[in-house]
Design a binder for this molecule. Sequence first.
Ligand code: SF4
Length: 689
Amino acid sequence: MTTTHCPYCALQCAMHLEPGPDGALAVRPADFPTNRGGLCRKGWTSAEVLRTPDRITSPLLRKDRDAEFTEVGWDTALDYVAERLACLRADHGPDAVAVFGSGGLTNEKSYLLGKFARVALGTSQIDYNGRFCMSSAAAASTRAFGLDRGMPFPLTDVGEAEVVLLAGANPVETMPPMMGHLSAPTLIVVDPRRSATAQQALADGGMHLAPRPGTDLALALGLLHAARVHHLLDEDYIAARTTGFDQAWAQAAAWWPEQTEHVTGVPAHQIRDAARLLAEASGAYILTGRGTEQHAKGTDTVSAWINLALALGLPGRRGSGYGCITGQGNGQGGREHGQKANQLPGYRKIDDPAARAHVAGVWGVDPDRLPGPGRSAFELLDALGTATGPRAMLLFGSNPVVSAPDAGRVRDRIAALDLLVAADFVLSETAAMADVVLPIAQWAEETGTMTNLEGRVLRRRAAATPPAGVRTDLEVLNGLATRLGQSPDRFPTDPDAVLAELGAASAGGAADYSGVTPARLQTGEALHWPVRARAEATPRLFLDAFAHPDGRARFTPVAHRPAAEDTTPDYPLIATTGRLMGHYQSGAQTRRVTELAQAEPAAYVEVHPDTAARCGLSQGAWARVTSPRGTTLAQVRLRTEARLDTVFLPFHFAGEQAANNLTNPALDPTSRMPEFKVSAVRLEPAAHH
Ligand code: SF4
């Protein structure tokens, strides 16, 4: 029996894996502070994906996109890729090659991928799909606290609070075991949709505040206003531990509850009640999720919630705080080790000369030869195959033709590449467009570390032998780097060797892993970063001081502004997207699990019965949903709790059922996160389906 962690979300629930007589792994939940012996449906069924009949076990190559793939040996595939990359770099320069990573990769893979891009390829063009998930909260936390660690406290602390405000998060569906931590506090759920979590809050005597999509920044300003006029702010804390309140207040001063109701639709009395509940609690947390972030003003929206938390004196104290609920399995670690276009390991800025010198020293390269910042994820995808953009892309652990916004446009851009290389375990929708597919090992077949939503570094352990013909991502990077002229020991294939190097590269940085060792992980020590060499870990940050040089947190003045796209007579409804309990991300894994696929086999659109009737639609009918960017097909689910002006679509389905055919790639100016949550659409009956 092997004890390891779930392949999916950032809760990283612990599980035991045991091989049965036929070699299939049986899953049993293990006790761990985040899941306390629970697993969701995805975790329980996670072993099935290892044995999917769709699994690729030999590299696939085609020299003509219209041709079928041919199975080839690893040397043939890697030689071909290296040769094509060398030609493209010689003809067009190093930035002709892009690398696209994932928040699902282990820390070791994330680190080595960033090093591979900058050292072996010399390209600045690297980013990852985590840009679509947590980048707005990361930016807002950094500007408020001087540091971004999703939850700067253990999740177990949250259960001790009296009140928890969840803004734009739906853990009942997305991470059910987390609800074990939220059963005692009174919940205030902020979500335009009556989500399962909002329903739970109401059933338990809590509140559901349902702002119009795209107006929760205004709601946070209204709550701050209500708290101040009712003398609920923590003035001593504001004076002692923060700066910038007056400027932030100047933006909130006009947001009387009635004005806030006018813009958000949330009744003024609910705003006053929620402010009082939150402020008068003996311990309270504000936790934000993707609903606050995936907007063209996502960073400012998260800042508005952080401002509220600061004004109430919550962060940096035991028993209260602000945190972001990270989504992807290694969304936190994935953004710390150099996969982001603007960052180097240790959460260092790539344009900081001292950071460049430190990392270049560990890598044994000239800091002046390290590339600078590249394009953010959507901008990178949107530049592929253009006159000034990359001509080739190496893809690791991501399926952007399903998960990126304006998916049709992304599909066209990827199709325009001279070379697409996908490291994947099946032919995902994006891998199916590739010239070369490299079959890789899966989570239960290799060892590595992940960093969960509390910034705790965990050990994933191999419980099965990968199928013959499959390699690990680290082996793929080593094979390519060697063929590109690098010494093989610069790109180790042993995860522990990579972890040791990652520790050195991150030492002294914000996310310092220099004290994370296999031996400490083996003991089960709770290694919340920063973990400096031979030092204690840091489960709770900011108790004495925030990470800005003066030790104070910063209020950020933020103003409400409308969503990037408004409804029009042609597109009279708002579409918002989200996740289901039974699927994960682009569905490349979970759509291949029998139980999950049977439970949710197809895309649906949740619609209010009156709205559906106006569009000529009834329960179970297929609807054509159209935005200014594209169309998707989805089966109608009527729901009386749905808003009249808004429809909801899960984004786990592909092709003509991909919700991201509709979504708006308008980007947040700071985080470069797209506006997945607000698209103008129309609904009509789908003919011939
Ligand atoms: Fe736990 Fe998330 Fe895995 Fe579900 S998907 S078992 S909540 S880690």
